[in-house]
Design a protein around this ligand. Structure first.
Ligand SMILES: [Zn+2]
Ligand SMILES: [Zn+2]
Length: 426
């Protein structure tokens, strides 16, 4: 028989790991709601044109990473490689602007990019992100940064640090690019192939290069912040003021640029971990031209996104554990006659909110206690022929090993009470 495997670049997320995923998703829901963000769900595929327009044709995503296909009617469709373009499309299509001056939206789901698979990087990966549409005020940038920091703190991530920068706007970006080009131009031959390509298409991205060889030539880089226009300068200043007011520690990192072309003014990353093991857990920024670029009005916007694979990996590396929902009790009928009775008990417990498992196998008591240990249950209720006659089972406390008789009539109420008490203590 053929042994099927997952497609290259994809993976299964197994129950041992989904606990962490659910924890991250749950925290996102909780924390984002505190900031008045509401969830939006868009399709997994969109018209290819949307991404060509929204992401920027000179990016790696557009040039080589999109999963594009034609449907049976010859429409060009693409599996979404990121979330923002679709959210903006849905925002415009649903006329939300007429219903609310400011829209705070968040999304989650799988994204697709045809990348070379490597550790922690997959062709189907998962993102959670948020977008604030209709707000140009510097407070909004700060609120989004504050929410990101709040969220990652709630996950238990250690040594969080916020890095910010301004990448300018339509007016001052060309000046920034020219400065960079004239500074790097002399050394162009010494830069890596990616950088040489970016020199023509998007010189700002050269700053993003992780190649140590290129880094040597960045020494003495012109100060980008001095080239910003008055509007960008004062916006960046206000963002830093708000961060100070909210006592959010941050660093201005003049080398911080984001992979996507559409960012304007503020860009930021949240970093976790100590020096040497630092990881960016999320990135985002302002994108004041994208809504118009996608056919809408000139409307400022700001947001951030993070990859779940990466965040889960960092949590694992930092030994962050989350409570795992396991059964509270195992029903252990011995012999066929007891199975029906035990099944009724198991179902009654589940209906009263107590997670219960039942072992109807033909195994003996020793084996059933062993599997109870493996499950990590607090109690085992043992039902043999004698117990059926007496209408009274043996309740074993798996922590203390103590065992006592509990009548059938008292059993469900007793377990429910124990369960509530145990849960209250945690
Ligand atoms: Zn500017
Ligand atoms: Zn380079």
């Amino acid at each position: 028989m053929t042994q099927y495997t997952v497609p290259r670049g994809t993976r299964d997320i197994l129950p041992e790991e989904t606990t962490l995923w659910q924890f991250v998703e749950q925290k996102a829901r909780e924390v984002f709601a505190l900031y008045n963000f509401r969830e939006i769900r868009t399709p997994v595929f969109e018209h290819t044109e949307l991404f060509l327009r929204g992401i920027g044709e000179n990016t790696d995503i557009i040039s080589k990473e999109m999963y594009t296909f034609q449907d049976r009617k010859g429409r060009n469709l693409t599996l979404r490689p990121e979330g923002t373009a679709a959210v903006v499309r849905a925002y415009l299509e649903s006329n939300r602007r007429n219903q609310e001056p400011l829209s705070k939206l968040w999304y989650q789901g799988p994204m697709f990019r045809y990348e070379r698979p490597q550790a922690g990087r997959y062709r189907q990966f998962h993102q959670i992100g948020c977008e604030v549409l209709g707000a140009g005020n510097a407070y909004q940038d700060t609120e989004v940064i504050a929410m990101a920091q709040h969220f990652f703190t709630a996950l238990g991530l250690k040594d969080l640090e916020v890095h910010i920068n301004s990448v300018g706007c339509k007016i001052c970006r060309p000046v920034i690019k020219e400065r960079l080009k004239s500074f790097l131009g002399d050394n162009l031959d010494n830069l890596c192939e990616d950088c040489r390509k970016r020199f023509e298409t998007n010189p700002l991205r050269i700053l993003d290069c992780k190649n140590p060889k290129c880094n040597d030539f960045f020494v003495g880089l012109p100060d980008i912040s001095s080239v910003l226009c008055a509007d960008c300068k004062s916006h960046f200043h206000d963002v830093q003021d708000y961060l100070n007011i909210l006592q959010i520690k941050f660093k201005v990192n003049p080398r911080l640029v984001r992979g996507l072309d559409y960012y304007t003014k503020t860009v930021f990353e949240v970093i976790s971990g100590q020096l040497g093991a630092q990881n960016a857990v999320c990135g985002g920024g302002r994108y004041d031209n994208l809504v118009q670029e996608l056919g809408g009005p000139a409307l400022p916007a700001v947001g951030f996104a993070f990859g779940l694979e990466r965040v889960v990996l960092i949590m694992q590396n930092q030994n962050i554990t989350v409570p795992d929902a396991r059964p509270y009790i195992l029903l252990a009928p011995l012999g066929e006659n007891a199975c029906g009775r035990a099944a009724v008990f198991a179902e009654a417990l589940r209906h009263s909110g107590v997670p219960a498992e039942i072992d109807v196998s033909a195994k003996g008591l020793g084996a059933k206690l062993k599997s109870a240990n493996k499950l990590g249950v607090a109690y085992v209720y043992i039902l043999g022929d004698d117990e059926l006659l007496e209408k009274c089972g043996q309740l074993k406390n798996m922590l203390t090993g103590a065992q006592e008789k509990v009548a059938f009539t008292d059993f469900a109420a007793r377990l429910q009470k124990n369960y509530q008490q145990d849960r209250g203590e945690k």
